[in-house]
Design a protein around this ligand. Structure first.
Ligand SMILES: [Zn+2]
Length: 138
């Protein structure tokens, strides 16, 4: 009888849950000595906003190079805040697209298109006042 039950090496089961990493929680307050506290948490996804902040910090030489996370204590709070941001993005984006459409219906011209586009960009920028980064695994 051939041994079919033998497991092949290198076929480890992948967990669906994101890997927790060590880093600085974006909600946890700093320690008494002013240094950021290192905790285990869900890694913050590097998106365009985080990249822009890092770029500015590099230029101003204030980058600390800390890995950003959301600790388990703040996971629920973060989920709510991120959900709120995603909703406002959809709502503001929807309003912007709708207004753009109305402008184009009123007069189909390049001017209307540009005005609508500016309005859409303005509304999306406004939505980013509530920006909350995405954390992997939450
Ligand atoms: Zn925390």
């Amino acid at each position: 009888m051939p041994a079919t039950s033998e497991k092949k090496p290198g076929t480890a089961v992948k967990h669906s849950k994101a890997r927790l990493v060590r880093g600085v929680c974006i909600y946890c307050t700093k320690q008494d000595d002013g240094k950021p506290k290192h905790v285990t948490g869900y890694p913050i996804k590097e998106d365009y906003v985080i990249s822009a902040i890092r770029w500015i910090k590099r230029k101003t030489k204030t980058e600390q190079g800390n890995r950003l996370v959301v600790c388990e204590k703040h996971a629920e709070e973060h989920q709510k805040k991120r959900g709120g941001f995603e909703r406002s993005l959809i709502i503001y984006g929807g309003i912007g697209a709708f207004l753009m459409l109305i402008l184009l219906v009123m007069s189909l011209s390049l001017g209307s298109f540009l005005a609508g586009l500016l309005l859409l960009i303005f509304l999306l920028a406004t939505a980013h006042m509530r920006y909350v980064p995405k954390a992997e695994g939450i």
